[in-house]
Design a protein around this ligand. Sequence first.
Ligand code: ATP
Ligand code: MG
Length: 356
Amino acid sequence: MTERRALVFDILEALTDPVFLLDGRAIVYSTNSAARVVYPSLTEGMPFSFALRYPDLIEAVSTVLNGAHEKSLELIERVPVERSFLVRVTRLSEEVATGSLLLPLIMVVFRDLTEARRLESMRVDFVANASHELRTPLASLLGFIETLQGSARNDLKAHERFLGIMREQAQRMARLIDDLLSLSRVEMSEHKHPVDGVNFGALVQEMIDMLRPLARERHVEIFFQSPADAVFVVGERDELLRLIENLIENAIKYGQSGGKVEVCVDHSIINTTGVPEVELSVRDYGPGIAAEFLPRLTERFYRIDVAASRDKGGTGLGLAIVKHIVNRHRGRFAVESQLGAGAVFRVFLPQYSNYF
Ligand SMILES: Nc1ncnc2c1ncn2[C@@H]1O[C@H](COP(=O)(O)OP(=O)(O)OP(=O)(O)O)[C@@H](O)[C@H]1O
Ligand SMILES: [Mg+2]
C-alpha cells in the first residue's frame, strides 16, 4: 500500500499541470511541483480556500466533498497577468485519515489554457482581418461591375477608367493571397532549418537591381555597401529574397521623403553565443516610427496608418513574413527608429562557413 502511494506521488510530481490533493475537510494533503510554482503560498496543512478564494472553485470542491464524483470549471485569474485554467475536481477512491474518520481524497487539477486561448484569439483575429482585407477590394469590384452594367453601360470613357481601377483591386486581392500563402508556407516549415550556403551579398545586389524602378519612381536613391569578398549565410534563397525585398520596399515606400535608402551587409558580427553572423541593415531617412508602435510591427496585418499603407498597396503582412523567415533561419531581427529620424531595420543571420 505505502509503495503504491509513493508511486502515485512520484507520478503526480512528474505531471506538468498543477495538482492539489485535499483531504475530506478541504485541507491541502499534498501538492506537486507544478502546483508549488503556480501557488507557492498554498502548502500542506493549509485550508484550500485560504489561497484560492474563487467562489466557483470553493463550491465545486464542496460539491465533490458532499458526494459528487467530479466537477469541472473554468477559472480566470486577472492578476498579476491574465491566465485561464480548466480546473477539474475529482473524488478519488484512496482514503486518508481525516480527524477520526477515513475519508476519500479529492484531487484538484489545473490545466493552463492561457496559451490555447491566446492562439484561439489570434486565429479569430487573423480570419477577421484576412476577410476584411479581401472584402474591401471585392466590394469595390462589385460596385464597378454594377455601374458598368447599369448607368455607365454606354460610357466608353468610364469603361476605360473603371476597368483600370478594377484591375488594381483584383491585383490587390491577388497580392494579399500570395502573401497569405507565403506566410503559411514559412510557418509550416519554421521548425525545419535551412542548411545550404547562399551568397548573401549577391542576393541583396540582385534585389536592389529589381527594386530600382520602384525607387526611381519614388525619387529615392539606393546606396549599397558590402564587403569586397563574398559573404555566405545559411539560408534558403527564395525566402531570403522575400526578406530583403520586404525591408527595402518598406524603406522606399515609407521613407520616401528622405530621398535615400542605405543598405549595408556586414560580416564581422559575433553574437553573444559566439556564432559568427552576417548583418543586413536597411536604413531610411523618412518620418520614422514612434517607440510605442515598434513592438507591434511584425504582427500580421499591423499597419501604423492603415489608409496610408493601403494606398501604397500594403497589406501589413510584409514584416510578419520577415520575422518568420528570420526565425526559420535562426536569425535575429531588430528595429531602431525615432519619430522624425528615419528607421533602421536589421537582420542577423548565421554565417555559412563557420556554421558547421
Ligand atoms: N521604413 C519604415 N518607416 C516607417 N514605417 C514603416 C517602415 N517599415 C514599415 N513601416 C510601418 O510598418 C507597417 C507594417 O509593415 P509591413 O511591411 O508589415 O506591411 P505593409 O508594408 O503595410 O504591407 P506589405 O508589406 O504586406 O505590402 C507599415 O504599414 C508601416 O506603417
Ligand atoms: Mg511592407
